[in-house]
Write a protein that binds this ligand. Structure first.
Ligand SMILES: *Cc1c(COP(=O)(O)O)cnc(C)c1O
Length: 224
């Protein structure tokens, strides 16, 4: 298992690099974020020991249980919050995470700005866009993005990019293209897009952050 997680990371990183080269993407190689949610601890440690630096979690509570223990042991890691965040957890999220990719409403932006001020931790944030306009999914609607971005700027938040999770039954390239266009309109440079099934496509389309879970760690298993 240990060996295969290391191999998976190497393989995916190589594929991303090759794709960027072939597609002539004029950017630095994207960051590979290992999505460790609902993965057993030994798999996460295998990734850490393989030198993986960026990790993504989608729930504050679960992330806190795991990373409050592991983070002090691995000094250089960067923890990304990629799941929906309730305003009453903004406090914990700002304390634990290094970047927040799931900001999707003004109320949450306000809570985060307040906490960042209080804790003097000024984290880069991404605005999550609901590119498929799915009612059950998080993310700001594309039409409401400019207003949310302005509100974040007024609050002094450091908005660096956009993030999306395309509908599972849609061609992801449609959503990656939309996200890229919206980022250009908003004047932000980071694009968090691409997961296990479409990371190469995302790399070709200019992703700067690629979030991969199962292709690195294997199928997610519920913690016992
Ligand atoms: C779970 C998750 C991923 C990783 O999904 P895989 O298909 O396992 O690679 C990426 N992004 C977000 C926001 C997620 O919640």
């Amino acid at each position: 298992m240990t060996q295969s997680i290391k191999d998976n990371i190497t393989q995916i990183s190589d594929d991303i690099k090759t794709m960027c080269k072939h597609a002539d993407v004029p950017l630095n190689t994207p960051r590979l974020i290992a999505v460790s949610k609902v993965q057993p601890k030994e798999r996460v440690i295998a990734a850490l020991d393989a030198g993986q630096i960026d990790f993504g979690e989608n729930r504050v509570q679960e992330a806190e249980e795991r990373w409050s223990e592991l983070k002090p042991l691995y000094a250089d890691i960067t923890l990304h919050l990629i799941g929906s965040l309730q305003t009453n957890k903004a406090n914990k999220a700002v304390a634990l995470f290094d970047e927040i990719q799931s900001v999707d409403r003004v109320k949450l932006a306000k809570a985060l700005a307040k906490e960042m001020q209080a804790q003097d931790r000024h984290l880069p944030i991404y605005l999550q866009v609901n590119t498929g306009a799915e009612p059950q999914k998080g993310g700001v609607m594309a039409g409401d993005l400019p207003a949310l971005h302005s509100a974040c700027n007024e609050l002094g938040l450091n908005v660096v990019g956009l993030m999306c999770i395309p509908p599972s039954d849609d061609d992801p390239s449609l959503h990656f293209a939309l996200l890229k266009k919206l980022a250009k309109q908003q004047g932000v440079s980071k694009l968090s897009m691409g997961m296990s099934n479409d990371f190469a496509l995302a790399a070709a389309m200019g992703a700067t952050d690629i979030r991969v879970g199962t292709a690195i760690f294997g199928e997610r298993v519920k913690p016992t």
